[in-house]
Design a protein around this ligand. Sequence first.
Ligand SMILES: [Zn+2]
Length: 343
Amino acid sequence: MKVFADQAHQALHDPSGYLVDGVMQPNPEQPERMERLLAGVAAGGHEVIAPADHGLAPLAAVHSPAYIKFLSTIHKRWSRNPATAPEIFPNIHPDRRTASYPTSAIAQTGFHVADMSCPIGEHTWDSARWSANCAVSAAQAVEAGDPMAYALCRPPGHHCFSDLAGGFCYLNNSAIAAQYLRKTHDRVAIIDVDLHHGNGTQGIFYERSDVYTMSIHADPDRFYPFFWGHAHEVGEGAGHGYNLNIPLPRGTADDGFMKGLAGGLEDIKAFAPGAVVIALGLDAYENDPFGGLSVSTPGFAVMAKMLADLGLPTVIVQEGGYLCDELGDNLHSFLTGFEEARA
Ligand SMILES: [Zn+2]
């Protein structure tokens, strides 16, 4: 299958740290992830293509103008003050999202950055933009008739809301791909299999019935992103009944994961989408450093077959999955499993 990646741009974003238990630790969303994932792509012999530059329009279709303006300019504005650190972290947040929009750089950072895992460095905007370009190019390939395409998006996207970065994510690549697919399909489904709930994706489409959002993940009761991902969150207004969360107990292995996924896929079939976006996190893996679930390497091929058997045009968008020896193997297992099921 076609694989879209642009290492020259996407590896520039190199976040230094994130806050865990009150301690600044090395940020796990490292450029090396991209090398490991590309090794997994190479193992399957897939064709790697540089994405086109699609400009701001596909991003603006899901992100607010204020947010795009913020993300694209904030580092330059921040750096005008010689006292500032090389990366931007928030230190004040509004208590309500409806509070007045501020003009100062640090206040805007508090408005647009949810947590301490999303430092904005000199190259963050460039890498995030090209990550999103991969998602759009993959969606375009599928629109043009490819049965499937894979976007090697890094940085990832599913924790990013329309105007709020979070959890290593700056632009919501899966949402951007789904919105792009809406040009030709009345109904599109996003199926998020990352270890963590896809809270940003849920938030973007929460009041819409044209994009169905489903996420299977470790129970957020005591796990990131905590405030979202519970089974009772089903959508609001026109979107009521168009969001499905499947929280799993910590440590759930292949059998439990596939059982949960199979149940969710029945709802996806009932929605009858014209195309699907798979938000492919590989961090549900048993040896992923986040240690939330226990999916095996062959398990990713089983998961891929279940998703491929929907028989729909599919854009696969990379989300999480962190440095471990098997990161590339897990991607290879998924992509090859998907392709073989469709052969
Ligand atoms: Zn994740």
